[in-house]
Design a protein. Structure first.
Length: 639
């Protein structure tokens, strides 16, 4: 294709013209030849089909009377058809009844009888089958085998004529094309010669003569107009050249002054950058892709105990512990392959000082891209003190866990030891009332009831305290909790209180959250039970709802009860803090404190919005969290 593009326009036009004419002649000749061949074949097949039908009609008597000699005599009439090489007559059973062989033709064997019709065989012959019928009943078949030699001679003759016509037409097209292309190429050659002369001699006064008003004439006009404009501009440029040289000299002097100023500013900025690097509170070091140290501030020299001359030009591996030096080049190459700002080290990364001592470090990597290369500035921080503080905090945490375990054991044992005397007091009081009840007056019986009631309240208080102490230590791992199911469980637990108080407890759609299902049940049950307990003379109406809040869900429990003064909105969540006497509303004062502790364990908060006499709305939040991370955190808290 490239070689064709490099051919002259004259040759391209001539080749295109001859090629198109040749293609048209080849297509027309081919179509004509194929059409003639098809027509001749069709005529040949039709002629011999009629011939076979005539023979079949004449052979009816010979077959019906079983006269093979008569049938062969009928077939011998085919001597007038030199193209027929072989013929035969079959009886009704498909056996050969009579045959015919043309003189000088090779021997042929009769084929198996097929359906009526003519077909061209693979060995270049025409085969014709025609049924012999008598009173519409088939009694035999005529078979003709016809040579295609005559047809092939006609085809060859037509092909020869087509080739001769094609050659003559191509010669004529070549002569016409040679004359016609001059009309197109002559103006083009003139324009080419003009452009070469202009480019070589820079003579813009040259013009191309216009020979016609066609597209080439327009092209000549455009070229001449362009040369006129160039000639005009060349004159203008010559006039302005001297003025431009003066402007260039003046601008050069300005640029030289500006360059000196920029150099001075750059030196000052480098000095400020150097001072900033030296004043950095952390050690700073700059390295290239090979790990060579290019810059180190005084703080880094102080951390590692080296002088500046001992670091610059050295490999950064001298600051890496011996056991990690073989792996460090691979890590460095991986970072340079995809450089990005990142931090390293949370107590598991160490550096080595000049004296060989190792210490924990925290490193921040910042790649700097330039046209020449990519370098990395690393901020190095000695976290020995932080590491020591973390170790101290881990020891304190372990000690706190041990202390919590001991406190839980103490609480469990204490609750058992405290309840045992209470059970004894209650038992003796009941025994005293049973044996001497008829001897005691009403005042003594009332005192006994006071004592039993105090024992019951004390047992409830001990149980509530034990439950409160176990919120953070006996909590279950957080799992996906359907709060609609939790509400139904709470409603089932409080069904007797709801029925006795004729309360209406309603709930909207609640979400599924990651939580401790048992503790969330405790929170909802405490809040709904309080709403039922602290109500006015009319039945309580409690509404539970939830809505999306910032990064989590906000639940609400709204009632139409007695309400709470705003000044006590925080006090009610403190353990043992009560706003009413036990005679007005029974309870231990631990329920809301337990709710706060549960919600804080889940990472949320709980609060109340209320006015006295207008009911109260308790809110608490459950934040979104990843399930795996949450389960691990909760497992650590439980352990």
């Amino acid at each position: 294709m490239q070689s064709f593009r490099d051919v002259s326009i004259r040759a391209k036009l001539l080749m295109l013209l001859v090629g198109l004419v040749s293609l048209a002649l080849v297509i027309s000749s081919g179509v004509s030849a194929l059409s003639n061949i098809k027509r001749v074949k069709s005529a040949m097949a039709e002629h011999h089909t009629v011939l076979a039908d005539v023979l079949a009609a004449n052979s009816t008597a010979a077959l019906s009377l079983e006269l093979p000699s008569s049938a062969e005599e009928i077939l011998s009439s085919l001597e007038l058809e030199p193209a027929v090489l072989f013929a035969c007559t079959y009886d009704v059973h498909g056996k050969v009844f009579a045959t015919y062989h043309a003189k000088g033709s090779p021997e042929f064997s009769a084929p198996v009888v097929r359906a009526n019709g003519a077909s061209f065989s693979a060995d270049d012959h025409l085969e014709v089958f025609s049924r012999i019928t008598l009173e519409k009943q088939a009694i035999g078949t005529i078979y003709l085998r016809v040579s295609m030699e005559r047809l092939n001679s006609q085809i060859n003759y037509q092909m020869t004529v087509a080739v001769v016509v094609l050659v003559v037409a191509l010669a004529i097209a070549l002569l016409l094309g040679w004359q016609l292309q001059k009309v197109i190429t002559q103006p083009i050659y003139q324009m080419v010669q003009a452009t070469q002369t202009v480019s070589q001699q820079a003579d813009y006064s040259l013009r191309v003569p216009k020979q016609a008003n066609d597209e080439l004439g327009l092209l000549c006009d455009g070229l001449n107009a362009m040369l006129t404009q160039i000639e005009k501009r060349d004159a203008e440029l010559e006039q302005h050249r001297f003025h431009l040289e003066e402007l260039v000299q003046e601008r050069t002097r300005e640029l030289e002054a500006k360059t000196k100023e920029l150099a001075r500013s750059f030196a000052e900025r480098n000095q400020r950058v150097r001072l900033a690097v030296e004043a950095a509170p952390t050690g700073l070091i700059m390295i290239d892709r090979t790990g060579t140290i290019l810059l180190a501030n005084s703080h880094l020299e102080e951390i590692f105990g080296y002088d500046s001359d001992e670091l610059i030009g050295q490999s950064v591996e001298i600051l890496v512990p011996e056991q990690n030096r073989t792996q460090h080049p691979a890590f460095r190459e991986a970072f340079f392959h995809a450089p990005r700002a990142r931090s390293m080290g949370t107590g598991d990364l160490f550096g080595v000082r000049k004296d060989g001592t190792q210490f924990p470090v925290e490193i921040g990597l910042s790649p700097i891209h330039s046209d020449a290369e990519v370098v990395v500035v690393a901020g190095v921080l000695d976290i020995t003190e932080r590491h020591r503080a973390n170790e101290e905090r881990r020891r304190n945490t372990a000690e706190l866990a041990r202390s919590n375990a001991e406190l839980e054991l103490f609480a469990s044992v204490a609750s058992h030891d405290l309840q045992e005397p209470l059970r004894m007091v209650a038992s003796y009081m009941e025994l005293l009332e049973q044996r001497y009840g008829d001897k005691l007056d009403e005042k003594a019986k009332r005192w006994i009831n006071f004592a039993v009631g105090g024992v019951v309240r004390m047992k409830q208080l001990i149980n509530d305290l034990l439950e409160f102490s176990r919120v953070g230590t006996r909590g279950k791992p957080f799992v996906r909790t359907n709060c609609n199911s939790v509400f139904q469980q709470v409603r089932q637990n409080l069904q007797q209180a709801i029925r006795e108080s004729e309360a209406q407890v309603e709930c909207g759609p609640l979400p599924t959250v990651l939580a401790d299902e048992t503790q969330i049940t405790q929170v909802l049950q405490n809040l709904i039970a309080n709403a039922i307990k602290f109500h006015k003379t009319k039945p309580a109406v409690v509404q539970v709802a939830a809505e999306r809040a910032d990064n989590g869900w906000r639940f609400s429990v709204r009632d139409n009860g007695i309400g709470i003064d705003a000044q006590f909105a925080e006090r009610i969540f403190v353990i043992f803090q009560r706003l009413h006497t036990r005679e007005e509303y029974p309870g231990t004062g631990i329920g809301l404190a337990l709710c706060r502790k549960v919600i804080e364990r889940h990472g949320g908060r709980i609060w109340v919005e209320s006015q006295p006499g207008e009911g109260a709305t308790f809110f608490f939040t459950i934040p979104d969290r990843k399930e795996d991370a949450n389960v691990q955190q909760d497992a650590r808290e439980t352990s």
